[in-house]
Design a protein around this ligand. Structure first.
Ligand code: C5P
Length: 231
């Protein structure tokens, strides 16, 4: 499978989203809708993307009791969403319920689990009563998610290699992607598309380097050619 570029639509409203998509070439197949945009305008934000035959990564990081998450997965799938995030920390029953709900859909979405938010440090772990190291926790929760029937994991490119060795079939979705010399912004663990792909990433999430570029289409093209050059 050729790695896919997913453009993160981190904008505050549906109107802003339409403007952003309009500035990008039709060759962009995947878009990510996150909490900010979804909370602003709800499932209506998905319709223009489906009308353009786009694939949608709905990044709501679901984490609740099993029944609630299973129903949210079914509802999201009914809107034509292709990829959904859940929190692995929700536990086995929640993960299995989510995976089971996805399998029952007419057009089943894929599910990927967030193991540990990259914003959490070892000190935060102490506050939370977690004794494992950040990387051991990511590996343990990754195993729990994959064993529970989840299709893949969200990971920094720097941990992708270890996860790829452990889970040869898993989808690996990597944010924090920058071209060499690109503006880092608030991302701490950045990697180039080439590095992420070498480590086994299947989906590369890119937001600001494309949306905030003077010429978003050119920025997207540069990342696509970096991806293609690696293959
Ligand atoms: O603008 P940028 O390319 O940094 O955007 C990255 C996207 O990936 C954002 O939508 C952000 O929420 C998401 N993300 C991330 N780091 C994680 C998980 C998700 O940057 N660890």
């Amino acid at each position: 499978m050729e790695p896919a570029l997913i453009v993160a639509l981190d904008v505050p409203t549906l109107a802003e989203m339409e403007k952003a998509v309009h500035r990008l070439p039709d060759s962009i197949e995947w878009y990510k809708v996150g909490l900010e945009l979804f909370c602003a305008d709800g499932p209506a934000v998905l319709e223009p993307l489906k009308k353009r035959n786009k694939k949608i990564f709905l990044d709501l990081k679901l984490h609740d009791i099993p029944r609630t998450v299973a129903n949210a997965v079914k509802t999201a799938a009914s809107h034509g969403v292709d990829l959904i995030t859940v929190h692995a920390i929700g536990g086995r029953a929640m993960l299995e319920a989510a995976a089971g709900a996805a399998r029952e859909c007419i057009d089943p979405p894929k599910l990927v689990a967030v193991t540990t938010l990259t914003s959490l440090s070892q000190d935060d772990f102490k506050d939370l009563g977690i004794e494992r190291s950040v990387s051991d926790q990511a590996l343990a929760l990754g195993k729990l998610a994959i064993d529970s029937g989840i299709d893949g994991l969200v990971t920094s490119a720097h941990e992708a290699g270890a996860l790829r060795r452990e889970f040869p079939q898993a989808l690996l979705v990597t944010p924090g992607i920058r071209l060499p010399g690109g503006d880092v912004g608030d991302q701490k663990r950045i990697a180039t598309p080439a590095f992420a792909i070498q480590q086994g990433a299947t989906h590369l999430v890119v937001g600001r380097p494309i949306l905030q570029a003077d010429d978003p289409a050119a920025a997207a093209a540069a990342i696509c050619s970096n991806i293609k050059g690696t293959l």
